[in-house]
Structure formats: structure tokens, C-alpha cells
Design a protein around this ligand. Sequence first.
Ligand SMILES: [Cu+2]
Length: 73
Amino acid sequence: MNSRIINVAGMSCDHCKMAVTRAVSALKGVGSVEVSLADNTVRVEFEEDGLPLEAIEQAIESQGYEVVRRAAG
Ligand SMILES: [Cu+2]
């Protein structure tokens, strides 16, 4: 399992938390999804080769939230 922490803007309540969790969990290859409203992050565990990160980001954005992409380094 690979694990990633994604920064997401716009999540404010338990409804947001549930919507994101449900959308990402529905993706094939995803193990666990953990939303932190305090940190504005979504921690996702997924099969290393099974799923591109973009698919996870798209699932979050499809729920109306913004993935905050930061330049590496
Ligand atoms: Cu909400």
C-alpha cells in the first residue's frame, strides 16, 4: 500500500468529510481514506500500481472541493 496526504480546500463539516470519503473509497484500489477537517487534508492509502493519484484528486474535485497542489521541493 502506498499512502498520500492530499491538501484539500473547502471541506468544512461532517457532510464534506463524508462526501469526500465516500467518493474516494469508491475508487478501485483504495484501502483507507482519512479526512482531517482541522488540517484540510485527506490521507489515502492505495495500491501502489493500481491507481493514479489524479484519479483520487478527480474524485475529490467531483464532489466540489479544491485539491491544493503544491510545487515539489
Ligand atoms: Cu460540509
